[in-house]
Design a binder for this molecule. Structure first.
Ligand SMILES: [Zn+2]
Length: 314
């Protein structure tokens, strides 16, 4: 019988869990609540209920990949830093799953999973060296170098969101000031527009319910010429382009793949990022550089987590 790989995309409120085939297609999926308890086994056991059900149905599973926010230590498989998953902090859940199911289990940061997912099944298939940037609530990064995922000494490499772009700049959720995440994430773009409305200088949102102001609306309005929305998007692209330009100078990658919620804006945002990137990176390193949107959009988290197993067998 065909073997399938389980991908678990863990988040602060829920985990998305799916069965992925060898082509990266999801065969079954479900969503399970992340219990707000200080007992990691209880949280994990809740995630395992649909998996146990699938196994009881006779589905042949060859491994489990897990993506989480925060830092996964590559030696211990433990989550060493996780603001919105306190219950799983430093918990040996990878060993627990290996013990329970006797199959390979790999965990990694969700942006690294996104990079691996694109590398195996998506826009990154064509490239040996690329940076994955996920732009949503925060900003994440994952690196593929020389056709393999690059994890660094402890497993934490690619942590793009907290590169400082303005010394003593805006406060960031991490406690530092001036991180790129505080300037170019969807959260930062929305905040900029909301602040402008509050101060009274943004007037083109008068007919919009304040609760409905999200990144998609801002990008839509920017594309139709609303000057305030355009300025918010432009500002995000300017800071991000500078940071990415520095990374291009450092690594001479072939491609940058933009994923996450903001990626849905596609080339409109990407062209702006490129405009600012080429101003700070060397021509020799940018004239062949491709900046492209991610291909795995829906369920990228599940597919990316499962792809960790495929990456291991390359
Ligand atoms: Zn930060």
């Amino acid at each position: 019988m065909k073997e399938l790989t389980i991908g678990i995309d863990v988040g602060g409120t829920s985990a998305k869990i799916g069965l992925v085939d060898e082509k990266g297609k999801i065969q079954k999926k479900t969503e399970v609540k992340t219990l707000k308890v200080n007992n990691w086994k209880q949280i994990i056991n809740e995630y395992l209920k649909p998996i146990d059900q699938w196994l009881a149905e006779g589905i042949n599973v060859n491994g489990i990949g897990i993506g989480t926010p925060g830092f996964i230590n590559k030696k211990t498989g433990e989550l060493n830093n996780a603001a919105n998953l306190p219950g799983l902090l430093n918990a040996p859940f990878v060993d627990y799953l290996k013990d329970k199911y006797k199959i390979p289990v790999i965990a990694d940061n969700d942006a690294t999973c996104a990079a691996v997912g694109e590398h195996i099944f998506g826009a990154g298939k064509r490239y040996k060296d690329f940076l994955m940037v996920t732009i949503g609530t925060g900003i994440g990064g994952g690196l593929i170098l020389n056709d393999r995922v690059y994890r660094g000494a402890d497993g934490y490499a690619g942590e793009l969101g907290h590169i400082i772009v303005v010394a003593e700049g805006r406060g960031c959720t991490c406690g530092n000031r001036g991180c790129i995440e505080a300037y170019s994430s969807a959260t930062a773009i929305i905040k900029r527009v909301r602040d402008g409305i509050k101060k009274g200088y943004i007037t083109t949102y008068d007919k919009v319910d304040p609760k409905k102001i999200d990144a998609k609306l801002i990008f839509d309005k920017a594309q139709t010429g609303d000057p305030y929305s355009l300025e918010a998007v432009e500002s995000a692209a300017r800071y991000l382009g500078r940071v990415l330009g520095g990374i291009v100078n450092l690594l001479n990658i072939e491609s940058i793949i933009i994923g996450g919620g903001v990626a849905a804006a596609g080339n409109f945002f990407i062209e702006k990022i490129r405009f600012y990137l080429v101003q700070v990176a060397w021509y020799s390193l940018t004239h062949n550089l491709k900046i492209i949107p991610a291909e795995l959009l829906n369920d990228a988290g599940i597919i990316g987590a499962a792809a960790l197993l495929f990456e291991e067998n390359l």
